[in-house]
Ligand binder design. Structure first.
Ligand code: PLP
Length: 359
């Protein structure tokens, strides 16, 4: 039976994308060859990466001074690659500590320059987005995490900053329209909202580069990938192909405005149930920070002993990936772009039925 996939990542992909992707593995465009066996320099893959780049530019409405790069190493590689390429030893960068991923970005950045953590919600287990930070005048950039996958918090509106923004958008990339011009760099691992694990998209503004003094290894230098159109070495061919299919699907389904409308509707159904149902409560303390992608909730104290039972009922009803991260507990329903509203409704129905039977 096809499962309702609430996994936080690698996560659900659109059904038509998976179908097409499977076909390409067996026999790409009737060539009698698998896409997995084709040269990354051949005409087939050239067409794929060009279409992926064009769709990305169109969907995000990217100005010409931004480059779209397809990298490897995950978002975690960007934690070091970004400061390595942008921050000199004697320069300062501001970071906002909104969760474990932000924390890892901070740890890596400290290897390359002076890091000023201007706000943190760590003491409250990251149950809200800390917005009280002041960006120092001399900051080269401000690093934020747009969506905190583990805690279910999201910047509803990006912070204003005199310094360019660098953003880890791994878990809400392409989930809503936004103005890219305040961003100097955006990066996202594909496996949450775009494609399979194995490629990471970086969108770099030209003026961010060329000012660091240090020598950079070719494979960790954004300019290498800009010059070679992401084809300096063998790129993650298949993850890029599947990402391209997802971009096509996004465009066909109303682009970022269309997907935002659907994402808002899905999240509202689930949050309404969490707020209405006497058995459950959300873990995010400031409702304005609630993520539209990862919905975290637990059972009210009185009912905590029933968490296991409810999880078993979810499993019996074909729902997978609902366990909360170990640092939060309870439940986390990841409802990325590809998650149909019917799956969210199915979960809400189970929550309502369970409360009726047990509360
Ligand atoms: C999953 C995730 C990461 C880690 O991505 P990798 O590709 O595994 O390195 C980083 N940041 C955020 C916000 C994530 O959700």
């Amino acid at each position: 039976m096809k499962q309702h996939n609430f996994s936080a990542g690698p996560a659900i992909l659109p059904a038509p994308v998976l179908k097409e992707a499977a076909k390409a593995v067996a026999n790409y465009q009737g060539m009698g060859l698998s896409l997995l066996e084709l040269s990354h320099r051949g005409p087939e893959f050239t067409a794929i990466i060009e279409e992926a780049n064009a769709l990305m530019r169109e969907l995000l409405d990217l100005p010409s001074n931004y480059h779209v790069l397809w990298l490897s190493g995950g978002a975690s590689m960007q934690f070091c690659m970004a400061p390595m390429n942008i921050l000199n030893e004697n320069e300062t960068a501001a970071y906002i500590d909104s969760g474990v991923w932000a924390n890892k970005a901070i740890k890596e950045a400290k290897l390359f320059g002076k890091i000023d953590v201007i706000a943190s919600s760590k003491e409250q287990n990251y149950t809200f987005i800390p917005k009280n930070g002041k960006v120092p005048k001399d900051a080269k950039y401000l690093h934020i995490t747009s969506n905190n996958t583990i805690y279910g918090t999201q910047w509803a509106k990006f912070p204003k900053s005199s310094a360019p923004l660098i953003c880890d958008m791994s878990s809400d990339f392409l989930s809503r329209p936004f103005d890219v011009t305040p961003f100097g760099l955006i990066y996202a691992g594909a496996q949450k909202n775009l494609g399979p694990a194995g490629t990471t998209v970086a969108i770099v503004r030209e003026d961010m580069l060329g000012t660091v003094q240090r020598a950079l290894p070719s494979m960790l230098d954004y300019t290498t990938f800009i010059k070679e159109n992401s084809l300096y070495n063998t790129p993650p061919v298949y993850p890029i192909y599947v990402s391209m299919l997802t971009l096509r699907w996004l465009k066909k389904n109303g682009g970022l405005k269309g997907i935002q409308r659907k994402n808002k509707a899905k999240a509202a159904i689930l949050y309404n149930e969490i707020d209405r149902n006497p058995m459950f409560k959300g873990t995010v303390t400031d409702k304005a920070d609630r993520s539209l992608m990862n919905v975290c909730f637990v059972m009210e104290e009185k009912y905590v002993h029933l968490e296991k039972e409810f999880m078993q009922i979810c499993k019996a009803n074909g729902m997978s990936g609902l366990a909360g991260h170990r640092s939060v507990g309870g439940f986390r329903a990841s409802i990325y772009n590809a998650m149909p509203q019917s799956s969210v409704q199915a979960l809400v129905n189970l929550m309502a039925d369970f409360a009726k039977a047990k509360a």
